[in-house]
Design a protein around this ligand. Structure first.
Ligand code: PGA
Length: 291
């Protein structure tokens, strides 16, 4: 669990509709998390090569101040788990989605219990592609998030606005609605340990990331909204990633923002060398190697 606040969550402070006045401290004590979301890329043989390549390149210093997770397709998970454990590669195993039931007649689905048994630590929940292409509703997102927590894994809850919502000035309304739907009713300790990924939909796979200033504004808004739902201590502990067209060139600028606690990387995570450059760019400045 990240941050010095993690073990001392505050009293739940749920004030529906209250303005985000309980602004928690921002700061450098949350350990950034860089997550590689492979989406539907890399079969298990390609996964083996990519993770072996990553393992050969990654140095202890790369992960001394940054957590790293990789989220391959389901069919790769066992292969990647075996390799990561056998070769002590310092990355956490992640999944891209799961069902909210532990077992049952849900053809084609994967249970959170199965993921936990494989040693999965992080599960992406409510990615915009799940919402858009597979009809994942806010209710399903909330249920999935709870299922992930129930099995001791960390959800990476994705929120973000469309281009139209941004143009209409309703980015914050959209983010607040998604956060309320997913997090209302959780206790402060649960909220403190989760990860929220701010992923503007227009930035995903488009080659046009949010500016660092816009990413910071949105991530701060996420934190302020979480403060109204679960209290300032939980909001100060929660990690907020930025995602959407992150690459080795823009990662350092985005990750340097005080409320951006790491990056959720799609396309640029498929290549081990490129992904590692992003991990290195995310290290807090004091830990970056001198050029
Ligand atoms: P991208 O995807 O980095 O390829 O834009 C990010 C994501 O969808 O998580």
């Amino acid at each position: 669990m990240a941050g010095p606040f993690a073990d001392t969550p505050g009293t739940p402070d749920v004030v529906p509709g209250a303005p985000p006045s309980d602004v928690p401290p921002t700061g450098a004590r949350r350990q950034p998390l860089v997550s590689g979301n492979w989406k539907m890329h890399h079969d298990h043989i390609e996964a083996l090569h990519t993770v072996r390549d990553l393992g050969l390149r990654i140095k202890p210093d790369d992960v001394a101040a940054v957590d790293v997770s990789i989220h391959p397709p389901f069919t790769d998970l066992r292969t990647v788990q075996t390799l990561v454990e056998a070769e002590s590669i310092p990355v956490a195993l992640g999944a891209q989605h799961c069902n909210d039931h532990d077992r049952g007649a849900f053809t084609g689905e994967v249970s959170p219990q199965m993921l936990a048994r494989l040693g999965v630590r992080y599960v992406i929940v409510g990615h915009s592609e799940r919402r858009q292409h597979f009809g994942m509703t806010d209710d399903a997102v909330a249920a999935t998030l709870r299922a992930v927590l129930r099995h001791g894994m960390t959800p990476i809850l994705c929120v973000g606005e469309t281009q139209e919502e941004r143009a209409a000035g309703s980015t914050e309304t959209r983010l607040a609605a998604q956060l309320h739907a997913a997090l209302a009713g959780l206790d402060a300790a649960q909220v403190a340990g989760i990860v929220v990924a701010y992923e503007p939909i227009w930035a995903i796979g488009s080659g046009t990331p949010a500016s660092a200033v816009d990413a910071e504004d949105a991530c701060l808004f996420v934190r302020q909204t979480v403060a109204t739902l679960a209290g300032g201590d939980a909001a100060a502990s929660l990690r907020v990633q930025y995602g959407g067209s992150v690459n080795a060139e823009n990662a350092a600028e985005l990750a340097a923002e005080p409320d951006v606690d790491g990056l959720l990387v799609g396309g640029a995570s498929l290549d081990a060398a490129g992904f590692l450059e992003i991990v290195r760019a995310t290290r807090p400045p004091a830990r970056r190697r001198r050029a």
